[in-house]
Design a protein around this ligand. Structure first.
Ligand code: ZN
Length: 275
C-alpha cells in the first residue's frame, strides 16, 4: 500500500478554492507533509512569506510548476524566456523546492517547424543548466500529452525526454517529471520509464476520464478513469523512484467546485486504494 508520508498535494488540485497559504495549511490539517507549488499562487504570497508559511506548517515544497516555454523562433523572445526560467529556479531555491517542472513550449506559428522548435528547446535547456546547478535546483522535463503540442509542449513522450536528457548531458541537474495523465497512452511507456531510471525527479498522479469534457482541465480523481495507476506506480518504483507522489488534478467541472478539505480527504483515500 502506498505510504501517505510520500503523498504531496499539488496546488492544481485545489487551484480555485485555496490560495497558497490556505493550501499549505489545509495540507498540514490533513496530516500530510508535502505540497507542490504553482508559480502564480507563489507570486501572490511572495517567496519569503511562502517559505515562512511552509516552515511553520512543517510542509515541504516538493516542486514548483513551472518554467519553460522557450521555443520561440525570435531570438529576443527566446532570451527573455530563458531569463524568466532562471527567475523560476531562484523562486524554487527560496522555498527549498528540489525541482522545477519544465514545460518546453509549443510550435511557433511563424515557422510551423516542430523539429526546429524541439531543437531550440534543447539548446535553451542547455543554457539553463549552469544557473540551476549553481543554486542547487533540478530541472524536471515534463513530457505532456501530444494534444497540447501546438501551444504548450513539443516534448510529448518519455522517449523524447530521455533523448533530451542524453543531449544535454547534465544528469546532476536535468531529469524527468512523469505525469500519468500525459503519458499513460504510450505503448513505449514501460521501456521509457525503465530507461529514465534515476532521472525521474517527480511523479504526478491523476486519472483519465472516459468521457473527458476538457483535455486540460478535466482530469479525473485516481480511480475514476481508465489509467492503471497501480501498474504505473510499480513501473516508476521499479525504475528506482523513491520521491514524492504529487496528486495533480486540474478539474474545472468537478473537484475545483468542491470543499477543498473534502477534496484532500478523497485524495488521501484514493491514493491508498487506487494507486
Ligand atoms: Zn504534471
Amino acid at each position: 500500500m502506498p505510504d501517505l508520508k510520500r503523498l504531496s498535494i499539488h496546488q492544481a488540485t485545489v487551484m480555485q478554492q485555496w490560495n497558497l497559504r490556505q493550501a499549505i495549511e489545509g495540507t498540514a490539517r490533513a496530516g500530510l507533509s508535502g505540497f507542490s507549488v504553482w508559480r502564480d499562487k507563489l507570486a501572490e504570497l511572495g517567496t519569503k512569506e511562502a517559505a515562512k508559511v511552509l516552515d511553520g506548517a512543517g510542509i515541504a515544497a516538493t516542486g514548483l510548476s513551472f518554467a519553460g516555454l522557450i521555443t520561440s523562433a525570435d531570438k529576443g523572445e527566446a532570451a527573455k524566456a530563458l531569463d524568466e526560467a532562471r527567475r523560476v529556479f531562484d523562486e524554487a531555491a527560496a522555498i527549498k523546492a528540489p525541482s522545477v517542472v519544465f514545460v518546453a513550449g509549443g510550435v511557433d506559428p511563424r515557422d510551423k517547424d516542430i523539429k526546429a522548435a524541439r531543437a531550440r528547446a534543447v539548446e535553451g535547456l542547455a543554457k539553463l543548466v549552469p544557473h540551476a546547478r549553481a543554486i542547487g535546483v533540478k530541472i524536471a522535463l515534463e513530457p505532456l500529452h501530444p494534444m497540447i503540442c501546438a501551444h504548450r509542449s513539443v516534448l510529448s513522450t518519455i522517449k523524447l525526454a530521455n533523448e533530451w536528457c542524453d543531449a544535454v548531458a547534465a544528469e546532476d541537474v536535468v531529469g524527468i517529471a512523469v505525469d500519468t495523465y500525459a503519458l499513460w497512452w504510450d505503448p513505449e511507456l514501460e521501456q521509457g520509464i525503465a530507461r529514465a531510471g534515476k532521472r525521474i525527479l517527480a511523479f504526478h498522479l491523476s486519472d483519465w476520464l472516459v468521457d473527458t469534457q476538457d483535455l486540460r482541465l478535466d482530469r479525473g480523481m485516481m480511480g475514476d478513469g481508465v489509467i492503471d495507476l497501480k501498474g504505473f506506480r510499480r513501473m516508476v518504483e521499479k525504475a528506482g523512484y523513491t520521491g514524492w507522489d504529487e496528486v495533480e488534478i486540474f478539474s474545472a467541472r468537478n473537484w475545483w467546485k468542491r470543499d477543498p478539505d473534502e477534496v484532500v480527504r478523497v485524495v488521501k483515500e484514493r491514493y491508498e486504494t487506487a494507486t
